[in-house]
Design a protein around this ligand. Structure first.
Ligand SMILES: Nc1ncnc2c1ncn2[C@@H]1O[C@H](COP(=O)(O)OP(=O)(O)O)[C@@H](O)[C@H]1O
Ligand SMILES: [Mg+2]
Length: 377
């Protein structure tokens, strides 16, 4: 990170992230000093079609879940290990030099509002430690939930550590399957807030998959070809999640095609490209409303996640935010698709150092907690 990087030699960590888009695994090699974060490498391993289909199946209630889950837990861990090998090969670093892997796991169910709230990330850390010979820290979210929090979002503590600036109010915006914001006030004493605003890519991905069998809308070209349908947009906005007060978090358990059909029973009457344009507008406007409401003096929105590669989406975002500067994290030394994985490398270091990783002002936990379990090499 240019702003906070130093020359001191830090410890090497690997961060593994595979989010709700279920596109694949981002793996980063990071050198963490006492106050520095330096990216040393990145690799991406796409899920094969079979694994992606299984993960999507597990994301919603269905038959024979325990058996499918047990197998997927191991399969995902094996692919995490493969991503680690690929990363080490690319960077020429020996595994013995790595202090730990911070593995987020693949979320297959996130139910923060259930009678007994729970969240489940798979990719067995025991397997991962055996296969890589590296200490693994994993299962970060459940301790926060046990402390009364949402278990999400967890990246805001990392965003605050590397991107908070006393000269301006900033927002960090992650555009994954779901969008989450972190509000970083210039006043370092004021609390950081952050929450999931709703969908970023998940509905657009699902809609283009159904209509055109593409996993995502390249550069938003299909959305750009359609016309926003105001009455459809307003029925989508009637979803109570958008009005719910933070702390809050969500996932494709809520925002999926069944939800779309429920919000708009006449969906079949619309032109599919117009629906895509309207889903894009829903994401953009739910994000910008949240920013204007929770960060009214914000002068800069710094974006990360795969959605930053969608030029049409980013232009719509800039248009809605007017004078506010919209940029991505490249200007701060980390490519947008590497931020979340880097956050989990950083969270692993917090865990090993017995430091808390959650921000109760974000997740709603009753107190700060050390996150995750440690699986020794
Ligand atoms: N070139 C692109 N054009 C449009 N959308 C893109 C592009 N590249 C990535 N995306 C979007 O980003 C998503 C992946 O983002 P990511 O940050 O990995 O999300 P997650 O954390 O949920 O896995 C893809 O599913 C897709 O919707
Ligand atoms: Mg991803």
């Amino acid at each position: 990170m240019p702003a906070k990087a130093g020359n001191s030699i830090g410890s090497l960590y690997i961060g593994l992230m595979s989010g709700t888009s279920m596109d694949g695994i981002d793996a980063v090699l990071v050198e963490l000093g006492s106050n520095t974060t330096k990216l040393r490498g990145h690799t991406f391993l796409a899920w094969d079609d079979q694994t992606r289909a299984t993960l999507k199946q597990l994301a919603l209630p269905g038959d024979n879940e325990i058996e499918i889950l047990g197998v997927a837990d191991i399969e995902v861990a094996k692919q995490f290990a493969q991503a680690v090998s690929q990363l080490l090969e690319q960077t020429g670093v020996d595994r013995k030099q790595i202090k730990a892997i911070g593995s987020h796991g693949q979320t297959i169910r996130h139910r923060p509002s259930a009678r007994h709230p729970f969240t489940l990330q798979i990719g067995d850390p025991n397997q991962l430690a055996e296969l890589t010979g590296i200490t693994v820290t994993a299962d970060f979210r459940r301790r926060d939930m046990a402390a009364g929090g949402q278990g999400a979002p967890l990246a805001p503590a990392f965003h605050a550590a590397i991107l908070q600036d006393p000269s301006e109010d900033r927002v960090i915006l992650n555009l994954g399957g779901i969008a989450n914001i972190t509000v970083l006030p210039a006043n370092l004493q004021a609390g950081v807030i952050g929450f999931d605003t709703g969908p970023a890519n998940t509905l657009m991905d699902a809609w283009i998959t159904r209509c055109k069998q593409h996993t995502f809308d390249q550069d938003g070209a299909w959305a750009a070809s359609g016309v926003i349908q105001p009455e459809l947009l307003s029925s989508l906005f009637s979803e109570s999640y958008f009005k719910q007060a933070a702390p809050k978090s969500t996932g494709p358990e809520l925002f999926n095609l069944t939800w779309l059909e429920k919000q708009c029973p006449t969906i079949a009457n619309y032109n599919p490209a117009d629906i895509q344009a309207t889903l894009c507008a829903l994401s953009v406007q739910s994000i910008t409303q949240a920013i204007k409401r929770h960060a009214p003096d914000c002068s800069r929105v710094i974006c990360c996640g795969g959605g930053t590669r969608n030029g049409f989406f980013m232009r719509q975002l800039q248009q809605e935010l007017g004078q506010i500067t919209v940029e991505d994290t490249t200007n701060y030394g980390i490519a947008p698709e590497q931020i979340e994985a880097t956050a989990f490398a950083w969270l692993a270091s917090r865990t090993l150092e017995r430091l808390h990783g959650n921000l109760p002002s974000v997740t709603g936990a009753t107190h700060p907690v050390i996150l995750g379990g440690i699986y020794q090499a």
